[in-house]
Design a protein around this ligand. Structure first.
Ligand SMILES: Cc1ncc(COP(=O)(O)O)c(C=O)c1O
Length: 384
């Protein structure tokens, strides 16, 4: 009997540390690292992950929203934290009083932040984001001068960084990325020409951090913002073309077999009768479903590892249950461990494989593992 439902996520903090160190080895010595821990560290658990990265020497942490920054501050994380999604009206005092650094991109936002910082008599450290071709957050180069004029009149705002974001860094050697970089460096020169001296110049995500043309000193940047690579996700889209990096998966999703049943040929399995046994089949019922983040598009195609062997999902993934065809697994028994993501006995189900099967990216696979699945941390004792 299990005290708890056995479906759980394992987070290997030693693998996280390995990935962080690999990143650091590939960067020029003078380059700093902002470790991206937004979205609950891509589903890995923001606080335990942040503790490891803080201890390993990350220079900053990156969150998307104020609540994520506060969670880290309340958890005794005291290294700089950048709110990469900027601040929304009404949040400024919380941001400033908790020493959260903030991405800025327009005049209105600067005025609100300056007012809050002045009221609290504190300095607010900002990273000015320039939109060089992502078409998302950031000031367009054509509007940069207005923002710089406003910033000059904000004595409580300190320009800690200038940043941009690449749209296709996952495709190595893409000319669009080089154009973005060129435009970004021109903007940095304009910022300097206006009398600012930002500490950090940054544009690289994980992929660009591992791209020597984009991460070396001559690209003019001195900070990278890395997320997916820390979690063991391959940052380049075409990892098969020799671009696969020796990163270790951090997250595993495991459960056990709850029931085993023998069916004759011609039996239909699960909702919609989308799987019909073609031979006498042994079908395992496992307590994981789309409510846990096991995507319904894995119906009939998802794979798992049982007793070191790969097996395939039989029929539709349900909300709380999934069926596996384990006919070929010798000695399979109720209570056997099932690995749906991660490695077991030398077989690995990688997030990239899962992502490809459901038409998404590894980022979404990690983020979709739902909150109801408890996270178990391996190697955590070193970081308490
Ligand atoms: C602004 C910004 N910088 C850096 C990152 C990290 O990207 P990656 O996970 O590809 O390293 C993200 C992630 O979405 C981001 O939005």
């Amino acid at each position: 009997m299990y005290a708890h439902r056995p479906t759980h996520v394992e987070i290997d903090l030693t693998a996280l540390k390995h990935n962080y160190q690999l990143l650091c080895q590939r960067l020029p010595a003078a380059c700093s690292v902002l470790a991206v821990v937004k979205a609950d560290a891509y589903g890995h658990g923001a606080l335990p992950v942040a503790k490891v990265l803080q201890q390993e020497g990350a220079d900053l942490l990156g969150v998307a929203i104020a609540e994520e920054g506060l969670e880290l501050r309340q958890g005794s994380i005291d290294i700089p934290i950048l709110m990469m999604g900027g601040s929304f009206p009404g949040q400024e005092e919380i941001v400033v009083s908790n020493d959260l650094q903030v991405v800025v991109f327009d005049v209105e936002q600067l005025i609100h932040l300056e007012a809050a910082a002045a009221k609290l008599n504190k300095l607010c450290r900002c990273h000015l984001k320039v939109d060089t071709g992502m078409g998302r957050l950031g000031v367009l180069p054509v509007d940069l001068d207005d923002v710089l004029v406003t910033l000059r009149n904000c004595p409580h705002l300190c320009m800690e960084g200038v940043m941009s974001h690449f749209a296709v860094a996952d495709l190595p050697n893409h000319p669009y990325t080089l154009c973005q970089l060129e435009l970004f460096l021109e903007c940095v020169e304009r910022v300097r020409g206006a009398g600012f001296n930002p500490k950090y110049i940054h544009s690289a995500n994980s992929a660009a951090s591992f791209d020597v043309k984009l991460n070396q000193g001559e690209c003019g940047c001195n900070l990278v913002r890395s997320g997916i690579a820390l979690y063991g996700g391959q940052p380049f889209s075409d990892a098969e073309e020799g671009l696969s990096l020796p990163l270790q998966p951090v997250m595993s999703l495991r459960t056990v077999i709850a029931q085993l049943k023998q069916f004759p040929a011609g039996s239909s399995i699960s909702y919609g009768r989308r799987f019909v046994t073609s031979r006498p089949s042994l079908i395992a019922t496992i307590p994981v479903g789309y409510a846990d983040g096991y995507n319904r598009q894995l119906s009939n195609v998802g794979q798992a590892v049982v007793r070191g062997q790969r097996v395939t999902v039989a029929g539709a993934v349900c909300m709380d249950w999934t069926l596996l065809d384990v006919t070929d697994v010798a000695g399979v028994s109720c209570g056997d461990e099932v690995t749906l993501l991660g490695c077991a006995d030398g077989e690995c189900i990688l997030a990239e494989q899962w992502a490809q099967q459901v038409g998404t990216i590894s980022y979404e696979v990690f983020c979709q593992i739902s909150k109801r699945v408890p996270r178990h941390y391996l190697g955590a004792s070193q970081y308490d």
